[in-house]
Design a binder for this molecule. Structure first.
Ligand code: ADP
Ligand code: MG
Length: 221
């Protein structure tokens, strides 16, 4: 079964004047363990697609199915539960909480989901992204590449089925960016993690098994 399925999905953003079309009838199947890159210029709809794929937002029409469940059919509470259990998200700007230490940032999703053993799981994850011993540091004491590794550890700590990465190397220099891409590839292979990564860089996209090009809210050849 497909872990993620988009069926004729359109998304228009309501604005004060005319609605902005961001996705125009997109269909997509992503199977378990697949690494998909969405590539295209700024404004083509990549972030919109990721937000729908992670149940952070709902389509205007069409269906988004995560693990066979249509997000449009779920209550707000069920959507929150689905996000907390099945999805991990990483962002261009890392989005670490500045007042929490590294290990506190990583364990937060587990605490929110009322899971036990949060501290030990967070420490294990930190080691798996190559940052053993950095647990007590504050985010401002890390380099950009280290911050993104912490964000990746946080995104994976609750063992999601689906990892969504929105321009994960966008704020990094090319060498550091490459090492983050290597880490994602390793996670994809080692854990058979399903990953969807948005990027405007063809070079970054090339590491993925499937590369989909977007333009004006559609896939193009
Ligand atoms: P990308 O991530 O590829 O840069 P986005 O998905 O962010 O593209 O944006 C797709 C289109 O939707 C763009 O035209 C953008 O301006 C518009 N858009 C995105 N978010 C909003 C929003 N919250 N309100 C209105 N328009 C939006
Ligand atoms: Mg974007």
């Amino acid at each position: 079964m497909n872990l993620l399925e988009l069926r004729h999905v359109s998304k228009n953003y309501a604005t004060e004047s005319t609605p902005v079309p961001a996705l125009n009838g997109v269909s997509l199947n992503v199977s378990e363990g697949e690494f998909v890159a969405l590539v295209g210029r700024s404004g083509c709809g990549k972030s919109t697609l990721l937000n729908l794929a992670g149940a952070m937002d709902l389509p205007t029409s069409g269906d988004v199915l995560i693990d066979g469940q249509s997000t449009s059919a779920l209550s707000e509470a069920a959507l929150t539960k689905l996000r907390r259990e099945k999805v991990g998200f990483i962002f261009q700007s890392f989005q670490l909480l500045p007042t929490l230490s590294v290990v506190e940032n990583i364990e937060l999703p587990l605490l929110l989901a009322h899971r036990s053993g949060a501290r030990q799981s967070a420490l294990d994850r930190l080691g798996s992204v190559g940052l053993e011993g950095y647990d007590a540091r504050m985010p401002y004491q890390l380099s950009g590449g280290q911050m993104q590794r912490v964000a990746i550890a946080r995104a994976l700590v609750h063992q999601p089925r689906l990892l969504l990465a929105d321009e994960p190397t966008g704020n990094l220099d090319s060498v550091t960016g490459d090492s983050v891409l290597e880490l994602l590839l390793h996670i994809s292979r080692q854990h058979r993690m399903t990953i969807i990564m948005a990027t405007h860089s063809r070079e970054a996209a090339a590491i993925a098994g499937t590369v989909l090009t977007m333009r004006d809210g559609r896939f193009v050849e």
